[in-house]
Design a protein around this ligand. Sequence first.
Ligand code: PAF
Length: 297
Amino acid sequence: MTGSPADEPARSPEVIATVRAMRGRVQAAQRAGRRVGVVPTMGALHDGHLSLVAASRAACDVTAATVFVNPTQFGPKEDFSRYPRTMEADLAKLAAAGVDYVFAPEVAEIYPDGATTMVELGGVAEPLEGQFRPGHFRGVATVVLKLFQAVPADAAYFGQKDYQQSLVVRHMVADLLLPIEIVVCPIVRESDGLAMSSRNIYLSADERQRALSICRALEAAQVLVAGGERNAERIAAQMQTTLRDSGVESIDYAAVVDADTLAPIQRIESCAVALVAARVGATRLIDNAILDIRSAR
Ligand code: PAF
């Protein structure tokens, strides 16, 4: 495994902008018998991303991160143009984290002139985010597939924070027979519980306080389940109440659904997931918690 001892200064990763060069580096490493991990990101990196890098470095010999703000996953009224772009700071963090390669292409490298092919999705992409952000997962799946072509790694690391996204990617990989292992890593939270997100920087101090009700709502769901509650509707209602009591009115969903299929359920029989998407001020935040009664018994 690569990586310098803690007392050595971080070695800067090689920053690569073309698919051809990036693919060449990965294939050369694999020919030399080295396992390659990739961490796809849109930059604006925080400790959540760095935990994915750490997971890759623990299991792989070479780690690449991608930094690409993907236009096709943003809706026309969403924050593509103002999405934080912090390349210099990102590179410093990736260097300190021991990343070997950073793939940072221009839009035209990923979407060449005249490109019209997109990944068509169904199933787990349809409910929840699929309803509130039409076309979002089509853009995510398309870019992830393209990133896997540019960085044909052995394993890719995603965060559980984007729970539905990780299911969509898992399904795409299975359905399209892609030779890559998908690893989903736990949510990383601030000390007060707020899930780390590149969008947290949009929050004012007051909004930041109100945003805490999202993780509190999820904690409330976990407490109910630990106390024996199994009725999904009652748990979801409690989540809504927790959010509203803290002044979060604009709730896209606060739902308890099957953890594998995201289908609605009446009772938790084995493993469910509680998911929230809500707007705090102008910022849309998502978070989730697994409700596994096998561990709550
Ligand atoms: O989770 C993200 O940051 C993005 O959706 C991803 C997977 C990098 C695709 O653009």
